[in-house]
Design a protein around this ligand. Sequence first.
Ligand SMILES: Nc1nc2c(c(=O)[nH]1)N[C@H]1C(S)=C(S)[C@@H](COP(=O)(O)O)O[C@H]1N2
Ligand SMILES: [Mo]
Length: 385
Amino acid sequence: MPDIQRRELLVQGSAALAAIAALYTSRRAYAFPTRASEEVIRWLDQPTENPDPVGIQKQLVWEDLDSWITPNDKFFSISHFNRPTIDEKTWSMEIGGLVKKPLKLTLADIKARPRQEVVFTVECSGNHGFPFFTGGIGNARWAGTPLAPILEEAGVLEDGIEVVFFGTDTGEVAIRDVKMQQNFARSMSLAEATNPDNLLCYEMNGAALPAANGFPLRLIAPGWYGIANVKWLERIEVRDTRFMSLLMARDYVTIREEERNGETVWTEDSVGRALIKSAPAKVTRKDSDYRIIGAAWGAPIDRVEVQIDQAPWAPATIDRSEEAEHAWKIWSLDWQNPSPGEHTVTSRAVSTTGQVQPAMDDPLIAKKHTYWESNGQVTRRVRVV
Ligand SMILES: Nc1nc2c(c(=O)[nH]1)N[C@H]1C(S)=C(S)[C@@H](COP(=O)(O)O)O[C@H]1N2
Ligand SMILES: [Mo]
């Protein structure tokens, strides 16, 4: 710390300390591999027109990525059914089912409980599954209270194996020719649900949870795909059977062909935990110095590599100024004097346990018949002038 600041600190005591701390955090919040007076070059390949602007709102525009935290007014939002407007004065949430002591909690009850924060990058598992859906991702600082102690207080009975999260939103669901009006609902096993990271979340980046993101309360399950983070929570129920909801067992199922001794087996996995992934976000130019910037998430990231055209993979630099266990990592690669014309840029993330983000022709991706869990390597096209 420079002398002048130290002296000020001694003179003005804790007020100065707080001011300096605030300055330091605000500077940190804007750390990003951006250079003054650089130009952002838009990708030649752009997403196609969104056919469902009500269901899929405000996708991330990758070229606009300029901060580690995604501001609330730019955060993507997904809804499968209706988008409920909930009055917090009349709202409360029940915790019931196989528990000794069912609970009914108001928002004030929940806010009075211990507060916990997590910076977590939420990605929709359908992101990059369609040409119109490539920005279903954002990174926010979520605050709420941990779920596990609430389940503990309710006292899960011995037969309870499954925790179901019901949203307020409903939609018509048809199975064969039977039509039903169902709530949005997802579950976790008791062990998954009681992970100490899981939050009943009421705050997003320091503001009340916006309506689009689940006001007044949503589940935040760090490390899981977006779908598990149930918004507009209404009821949590402990049950003694696995829960096979629309959004776990009939939709949001990844179906793949896999090979076993030369024979094909079809595997069907319910979409749950996030998978390792990265994407180039943008190319910037300052005079003839180009730079590629991107993000990597979905698993503990060890490194990111970038391939330009058919050149060997080059290691990107990970921005260490802003890091959190469940948040995306921002990376960059300087690209000096590229030749004029069109180029491709591909990134791949490698996890600390050695998992590599699969190439598009890897059987994991190429033999996947459904669009969820599209964590294959993303290639973008750019023109250098
Ligand atoms: N109640 C409810 N929760 C929901 C959804 C929904 O439609 N209803 N959509 C899910 C999906 S598919 C995603 S990707 C995330 C998106 O969170 P966001 O809208 O805050 O970005 O919310 C999840 N939680
Ligand atoms: Mo999603």
